[in-house]
Design a protein around this ligand. Structure first.
Ligand code: G3P
Length: 220
């Protein structure tokens, strides 16, 4: 399972990239605004230089012509850019055009299996179903992930990877892995929570205490 980090915060990205566990980055207009960075294009170029894996940069236009122009521009910023487009008729039309030209496209704001089938037919490299936002309205977000994974498995010609987004907890990551999603894009806070377990802390403290009692050293 690939781990992408869901943030536009350069400090967080640098720190997590250093762990060697990061396979990519996803941003969106809200995360870019939150980062406080004054120049979106420079920010995306910096992120793409830090993480060699796919870096999602989202269009802002909603109509086909301007969206296609933005998408083509973003795709050229770096080799590892995945252009993010919304799951709308204009977004999928742009997706098809870019995919036919060999560009990576991440189709975002997916909330149904029907939408995910359209994204795959449009040649998306990734589809981003938002688990947390479905949970927020009392739906079962992970059921959608399971449905999409089952549908995609029926059609080997579909090359679209399921990129679980709107991840809110370590449980979302585990459940996404259990149903076979290809990627989870995870907020920095949740990535750090993945490491945590009280028994690990307790066990390590005991190992260190017992080692110190032995009076021995590993290195001279
Ligand atoms: O990648 C999409 C993600 O950033 C949305 O997350 O928590 O705003 O639903 P959230």
């Amino acid at each position: 399972m690939k781990f992408f980090v869901d943030t536009a915060d350069l400090k967080e990205i640098k720190e997590l990239a250093a762990t060697g566990l990061l396979d990519g980055v996803t941003t969106n207009p809200s995360l870019v605004a939150k980062s406080g960075h004054a120049n979106f294009v420079e920010l995306i170029k910096e992120i793409a230089a830090i993480v060699p894996g796919p870096v999602s940069a989202e269009v802002a236009a909603t109509e086909y012509e301007p969206m296609l122009e933005e998408a083509k521009f973003l795709a050229k910023l770096a080799k590892n850019i995945a252009v993010k487009v919304p799951l709308t008729p204009a977004g999928l039309k742009v997706c098809r055009q870019l995919a036919d030209q060999g560009a990576m496209v991440n189709v975002t704001l997916c909330f149904s299996a029907a939408q995910a089938i359209l994204a795959a037919k449009a040649g998306a490299a990734f589809v981003s179903p938002f688990v947390g936002r479905l949970d927020d309205i009392g739906a079962r977000g992970m059921d959608l992930i399971s449905e999409i994974c089952q549908i995609y498995a029926n059609y080997p010609q579909f090359e679209t990877q399921v990129l679980v987004a709107s991840v809110r907890s370590p449980q979302h990551v585990v459940q996404a892995a259990l149903v076979g999603a290809h990627v989870a894009t995870i907020p920095p806070k949740v990535i750090r929570q993945l490491f945590d377990h009280p028994l690990t802390d307790k066990g390590l403290a005991q190992f260190i205490a017992d080692w110190q009692k032995s009076g021995q050293k590993i290195l001279g």
